[in-house]
Design a protein around this ligand. Sequence first.
Ligand code: 3PY
Ligand code: MG
Length: 276
Amino acid sequence: MGGIGINKVARNPVKVKLHSGQPAVGTWLSLCSPVAAEMMASVGWDWLVVDVEHSPVGFETMVNCFRAIQLGGAAPMARVPWNDTVWIQRTLDAGAFGLVVPMVNSAEDARAAVANMKYATLGQRSYGGSRVAPYVEGDYLKWAQENIAVIVMIETMEAVERAEEILSVEGVDGCFIGPSDLALSMGVGLGDIGPGTPHEEAIQRVLQAGKKVGVAVGKHCYDAEEVNTRIAQGFQFLALASDARFMMKEAQAQFKALRLEGGAAPSGAEGKGRIY
Ligand code: 3PY
Ligand code: MG
């Protein structure tokens, strides 16, 4: 045998960090590109989430993104489209080390997410092995029960109000605040966020609930400055933008710097309809 390959993973480093009070920082993959995923993984992120909820990624492309992420050295994760037994089971079998589950609005929703992600007797995940079984230490079933990270999304006011009970559910490893959906549920504009706003107050309420019950809180952030601020506040599972945003920001900046005949202006929607 050639000896070239991937080291076996003893413990999911993301879960270890979340349970020991450390930040785990990653980014979102919305470009549906395994090549972009592989390049991103080599940057040094703890994890990368393939966004299956809001990107047009196909299932097999998602699997190829997982492979590329593993090769680059980050933990492969996904955001599933919904808290759905079938989606969750198939995405875990495809090799995710953890899932971000949208719109978890109650303890009941959180219990369903945990049950979807764990084998009996802790849950109802059906056993079919996993693509990543050869890459983990020991038996995959035991590894999965202990190592797959369950991250529930808090992105409505209903969920903010119930944050403590949601985060107290056994098996929840952390939560992730979706600032845009939270703004929509509050009836405020996507721009009406930030220090001093009711939106920020809601975010801080979730952080306090997490601190009270000892469960990691995270959030999607637009830039490194915000990630640094959030880490100082005690947030842990932090996403910094996305591959799509990094690409568009740099492309727009470079395009703007061009000295074109006739002074052509960038046609991209800078500022408008901000994407992560
Ligand atoms: C939101 O802002 O609603 C999100 O889901 C971000 O990932
Ligand atoms: Mg959302």
